[in-house]
Design a protein around this ligand. Structure first.
Ligand code: BG6
Length: 484
């Protein structure tokens, strides 16, 4: 199964915040991988723009070092490196002043696709958008890319949307949620809407409940300052888990086009029930012999910010009423594992007798690591000994099913940036979607603040606070084990 690389048109991509962490860790190594794969045309131009007083030679050295550090040894050795570095230039700009802008404008070729990546804090979005227009380097066909966090509540998200809307049309704004660029996340749509098998069963008649877990082993480390003002709810649930929930629960869109898909996702968010306080568990990780606890990482000894959250979510529509979705995400958990589990109901009657127990079908969709899917089906245990039933997985681990080409699958950022150049917004969040997600999230966070809620401590390397286990046990259910 050979992978197909479709080259994109020639483009100018300006990365504001071009010396920052995201640019060095993800954006530039990702662009280099696309360059190596032959997807980027020879006359593509990437311009780093930031405050630092660098020149193009210095920037090229910085990015070469970043690719070596974050892209892996194989990538760094790729003979295409000099050719890629030639595509890079750098301009020092003052986002709030005038210096650097005329020089930047002189580099932009208006006849090419041009895109501007705002890899900076949201406080600068308005300044950048206004100057792009003032210095005539963006027109009605230009694209801007903005990163999360897109606001910290509904009011701030609305203000950001309004600011951007003063300068750019919604069709020009690409709000990144990198989870939407992950291979298996798109596969969710392929599995649901490309097969006859699942859709007839995909509802509250046949599905008992759904679990979405995004577990990480890392702590908040050097990002404590940012994270302590966000917490897992703002950092992960409002965006990444919400997007996964939308793709799992949405109605089939009429076609795979940006607004058709995003209209359906929006309907899911608007159908979410308010979350009852006893349907949420918050946690904060403790220390280990070699790692400090959350509060030390956050440099806030009395922090009430959650590094873990688990919740039970109801969707009030015909398809899902009565079938809950359990969300769970946290730092410093047992394993790095992102997985969606769809648990089907028991067969209505066991012809093998009650003592054979129930063997439910479960569909496990693994986002990372080892992307793939398994479907647990019940079979007779082979051999003598009567009719003994056992669950076995029908396993479609992509690495095995697709073979070595799986290595060539672009990572989330690579894919999303190429989609920006192609002008395809399907995997980006629309403004109304982000606002709806905040409208659902805000009352949950406001409730914690009003009650002075303190997160439950949990051991690093565990499954999170025991209360999260108890929450499912009360419903007669249990979490799927967190394992890599
Ligand atoms: C980011 C969050 O958006 O996603 C981080 O800010 C989190 O806190 C990261 O670690 C997880 O991304 P991934 O792709 O490693 O699952």
């Amino acid at each position: 199964m050979a992978s197909r690389v479709i080259p994109v048109d020639a483009f100018d991509l300006v990365i504001f915040g071009g010396t920052g962490d995201l640019a060095r860790r993800k954006i530039l190594p990702g662009l280099f991988r696309r360059f190596c794969a032959g997807q980027m045309p020879e006359d593509a131009q990437i311009i780093g723009a930031a405050r630092s007083d660098l020149d193009t030679a210095g920037y090229r050295t910085m990015i070469k070092d970043a690719i070596e550090e974050f892209g892996g040894a194989d990538l760094a050795q790729n003979p295409s490196m000099p050719g890629f570095l030639e595509r890079l230039s750098y301009v020092a700009v003052d986002a709030r002043g005038d210096s650097g802008w005329p020089e930047l404008a002189s580099l932009i070729r208006m006849e090419k696709v041009n895109a501007f990546y705002f890899s900076v804090g949201p406080g600068l979005f308005g300044d950048l958008a206004e100057r792009l227009k003032r210095y005539k380097m963006a027109d009605d066909s230009s694209r801007i890319v903005v990163e999360k966090p897109f606001g910290r509540d509904l009011a701030t998200a609305k203000a950001l949307n309004n600011t951007l809307a003063q300068h750019f049309d919604e069709t020009q704004i690409y709000r990144i949620d990198h989870y939407l660029g992950k291979e298996t996340v798109q596969n969710l749509m392929a599995v649901r809407f490309g097969n006859m098998l699942f859709e007839p069963l995909w509802n509250n008649q046949y599905i008992d409940h759904i679990q979405i877990t995004v577990a990480e082993t890392v702590g908040v480390g050097g990002r404590g300052g940012y994270y302590d003002k966000s917490g897992a709810m703002r950092d992960m649930v409002q965006n990444h888990l919400m997007q996964l929930l939308c793709l799992i629960a949405m109605e089939p869109p009429a076609k795979f086009d940006p607004d058709a898909v995003r209209d359906e996702k929006l309907k899911v968010i608007r159908a979410l029930d308010p979350v009852e306080p006893h349907h949420v568990v918050r946690g904060q990780y403790g220390d280990t012999p070699d790692q400090p606890d959350y509060r030390t990482h956050a440099e806030n000894p009395s922090s009430k910010t959650e590094s873990f959250v688990a919740m039970k979510v109801g969707i009030s529509n015909w398809r899902w009423a009565g079938t809950p979705v359990y969300l769970r995400t946290g730092k410093r958990l047992r394993a790095r594992s992102s997985e969606i589990t769809v648990v089907f109901k028991d067969a209505p009657h066991s012809i093998f007798g009650a003592e054979k127990g129930t063997h439910r079908n479960e569909l496990h969709i693994r986002l990372q690591p080892n992307e793939g899917m398994t479907l647990d089906v019940t079979i007779k245990e082979p051999g003598p000994g009567g009719m003994r039933l056992v669950n076995v997985p029908l396993d479609m681990t992509f690495a095995e099913a697709i073979g070595p080409d799986v290595e060539d699958v672009p990572d989330a950022y690579e894919r999303l940036i190429m989609d920006v150049i192609r002008g395809n917004q399907t995997l980006f969040m629309r403004g109304d979607e982000v606002e709806a997600a905040w409208a659902w999230t805000d009352p949950i966070i406001e409730g914690w603040e009003a009650r002075g809620d303190v997160p439950k401590p949990y051991d690093s390397g565990s499954d999170g606070p025991t209360d999260a286990i108890a929450m499912l046990a009360r419903d007669g259910r249990s979490w799927r084990e967190i394992s890599a």
